[in-house]
Every structure is written in C-alpha cells, then in structure tokens.
Design a protein around this ligand. Sequence first.
Ligand SMILES: Nc1nc2c(ncn2[C@@H]2O[C@H](COP(=O)(O)OP(=O)(O)O)[C@@H](O)[C@H]2O)c(=O)[nH]1
Ligand SMILES: [Mg+2]
Length: 229
Amino acid sequence: MKRTLSSEAVNPIIIIPVYNGRDSLLKLIHHIDLFARYPILIIDDGSTDGLSEKHFKKAIYLKHEINRGKGAALKTGFKHARELGYSHALTLDGDGQHDPMLIETFIEHTRKCPNALIVGERDLVNLTMPLHRKLSNNITSLILSLRTARRIRDSQVGYRCYPLKDKRLWISIEDGFQFESAVFFNIAKLHLELIWQPIPVIYGDEDSHMNLVVDTLRFIRTFFRSFMC
Ligand SMILES: Nc1nc2c(ncn2[C@@H]2O[C@H](COP(=O)(O)OP(=O)(O)O)[C@@H](O)[C@H]2O)c(=O)[nH]1
Ligand SMILES: [Mg+2]
C-alpha cells in the first residue's frame, strides 16, 4: 500500500542550482520574494563569477569547490534540505527561464499529492528554444516515454517539486544534466505519481550550458544504465 503524507507534513524549500549565473540568479531571487514565502537554498556549483555568501541576506548558500554538474548540485541540495527537515524541494533554474509566479501552483499540487513528483511541462513544439535544445528535449522525452511506459512530456525541465522522504526517487549515479532524465526511471520503478504543470519558458539570449555532443552521449549512457540498476 502506498504511504501518504498528510498535507500538514508539506514543508517545502526552494532549491536553485547555479553555475556562473550571478546576475540572473540575484534578479530571480528578488522575483521569488515577490511571489512566494519559502526558504531558499542556493547550490553554487563552483562558480567563478564572484558569486558568494555575501550576496544573500536570507537564502542558505552552499558551494561546491569545483564544478560537478547540475545533478550533483541538486543531490547536494536535496540531502541538505532533508537534513534540515524539509519535506519537499521545489527546484527551478537560476537563469530566469522559469516564472516564479507558478511556485505556489506547484506547491498546491504537492499539498494535494505529497508523494507525487510535480514536473513543469513546456510546449516543446512551439517554444522559441534553440533548435538543438528543442530536438534534444523532444527526442529524450520520446525515448524515456518508451522506456518507462509512461508519458514523459518534458524530460529535461528543471522546474519541479520533489518529495524528499524516499531517497530512492533522487539517488542517482548521474551528476550532470542527465540526472533530471534519470529521475523518471526511478519514478517508474517506484510506481510514483507524476503530475505535469504547464509552464511558459522565458527564453532570452542566454546560452545553454548543454553541449549537444557530450550531453547526447551522456544521455545514451544514462539510458543503458537504466537496464543495469
Ligand atoms: N549546478 C549546476 N547547475 C548548472 C550547470 N549548468 C547549468 N546549470 C543550471 O541549470 C540550468 C539549466 O541550464 P541551461 O544551460 O540554462 O540549460 P537549458 O536552458 O535547458 O538549455 C541553469 O539555469 C543553471 O541554473 C552546472 O554545471 N552545475
Ligand atoms: Mg536555461
């Protein structure tokens, strides 16, 4: 029988992984403060752009001494949040592509279904996204859907709300961008519920840190690993 947390047990923290994106991160935190009143945990993944603890009055700031990847940063954040007693982690990208106005909508889903993973769903067909990112997002979403026998609508999006209680959801060998795709294998294995929340994505002229060749090869490795563990 699935164990259900009561809604009073929902005690979320916002986690933002960042790598060399100081200015957009500071702008984002200012926006979050306008829309949501949750504690914020920043995981600085070895930034070299001068980001430091002194930039934050209220947010908790943790730093990896060297760049270890988005997945590694998220896992550091989840572990820390869990140790501090938080039940859920709302994650969003530090580059301002995720609208903080929707944080409360994600948390509302979590309050109704505390064991579910809530995932943002971008319009991957019509979105004005760089072509290689659009292709990569659509192809990995299709492959993951076939592999998990679940409809994976947006496999790489970073706007999510994770339940932290059962570590098996977010313990993964993946340290890079593939972490967010690998989580869907865990969802399928654990038979957890997935809730999709449509989100707009604000694409400006910022670059993607993803490398088409390297990250595609890593995704293929993630796919094969899913048969082994
Ligand atoms: N911790 C960590 N986060 C990263 C790294 N690279 C990117 N990010 C974060 O991941 C988010 C998504 O990366 P981004 O390059 O914007 O990807 P895209 O918008 O999906 O093409 C960024 O906003 C950062 O917050 C990294 O090396 N380490
Ligand atoms: Mg981005």
